[in-house]
Design a protein around this ligand. Structure first.
Ligand SMILES: Cc1cc2nc3c(=O)[nH]c(=O)nc-3n(C[C@H](O)[C@H](O)[C@H](O)COP(=O)(O)OP(=O)(O)OC[C@H]3O[C@@H](n4cnc5c(N)ncnc54)[C@H](O)[C@@H]3O)c2cc1C
Length: 292
């Protein structure tokens, strides 16, 4: 069966990816699918697997740098309504992978459930947050993830219990191609105290990160207990530019992409940062963002 047969209404060809990412740069996807339900999603994954077409799952695009050449594969966008629900039952918050992380954080707070407020201010989707074990100095997704439903390469839905997943610094061990849903086990608390903590985290984030300009958050992981941002700053690179990509003045681990910036500019700046930090501190910076 030809790859697109019967799925033409949910798959576009040569769709520019830049508008779907926070950096707003990068080329097109050979195939770009926005499945409307699980059946279509399953069909896409199985057909791509059968035809050896690489699959990339796109959530909010807040942690991705797409190369200027684009992606020679199938990009699956998870933001159709069928994947965007949030439910609260007792102390469990359950959300579809395409729901914004913020909608899950807010639902928890509104139900006087504590834990997820540590994720306030992190952009993107629940699927992306689980995949990346999103978090920060106040905590991360892995601390209260309860179970995660995934779609495997054969099109089967499987449920992974918390103890079947390991969450490490900005990564999880989930190998299946698509995260479908995650539930989080939280604790009852005073809603005023939750709101206060959330506000504090927001204020800290706004004070230390450039949130009003185009970026993909932290480019590098912190390493061996050293802050990547501090290493980059001490290498004298704050404000440094390559083309229209610039090391943020506010937080040196953020690269800001000015209008007209290319992925080539960002990649060249990444190489330069790594070289300078290696030369000055003997530290090899590892990427946190995903390059497609
Ligand atoms: C201004 C700014 C601030 C940020 N602050 C933080 C922070 O404080 N802490 C932090 O951890 N991160 C931060 N980030 C990075 C980013 O927001 C997180 O990594 C976020 O969780 C990514 O979610 P997303 O939906 O945008 O994922 P995407 O960028 O779309 O994808 C990221 C990765 O997850 C995979 N993925 C996405 N959805 C699925 C799915 N359903 N199934 C399988 N794989 C999937 C993608 O394939 C990709 O590998 C920040 C980013 C920005 C722009």
């Amino acid at each position: 069966m030809p790859f697109l047969q019967g799925l033409e209404h949910v798959v576009k060809q040569d769709e520019p990816l830049a508008p779907y990412t926070y950096m707003k740069i990068g080329g097109p996807a050979r195939y770009f699918a926005r499945p409307e339900n699980l059946e279509q999603l399953r069909e896409l994954v199985v057909r791509a697997q059968n035809e050896d077409i690489p699959v990339y799952v796109l959530g909010g695009g807040s942690n991705i740098l797409v190369r200027d050449e684009g992606v020679d594969g199938l990009v699956i966008y998870t933001r159709a309504p069928a994947f965007r629900y949030v439910r609260v039952e007792k102390e469990l918050v359950t959300a579809g992978a395409g729901a914004s992380l913020w909608s899950a954080v807010r639902a928890a707070a509104l139900h006087a459930l504590s834990g997820m407020e540590v994720l306030a201010g992190i952009p993107g989707t629940v699927g992306g947050a689980v995949r990346m074990n999103a978090g920060g100095r106040f905590g991360d997704v892995g601390q209260f993830a309860h179970q995660v439903s995934v779609l495997d390469w054969s099109g089967e839905v499987r449920t992974l219990a918390r103890d079947q997943i390991s969450f490490d610094y900005r990564e999880s061990s989930i190998e299946e191609p698509v995260i479908l849903e995650a539930s989080f086990r939280l604790e009852e608390d005073d809603p005023v105290a939750i709101a206060r903590r959330m506000k504090k985290i927001w204020i800290t984030k706004k004070a230390t990160q450039p949130l009003s300009v185009q970026s993909a958050g932290c480019i590098f992981k912190n390493t061996r207990g050293l802050s990547a941002g501090v290493l980059i700053e001490q290498a004298g690179l704050k404000g440094y530019r390559v083309g229209l990509a610039e090391v943020s003045d506010r937080h040196a681990n953020f690269i800001i992409t000015r209008p007209g910036c290319t992925a080539r500019d960002v990649l060249a700046l990444i190489d330069l940062i790594r070289d300078r930090v290696r030369a000055k501190f003997g530290v090899e910076l590892e990427l946190e963002i995903k390059i497609w």
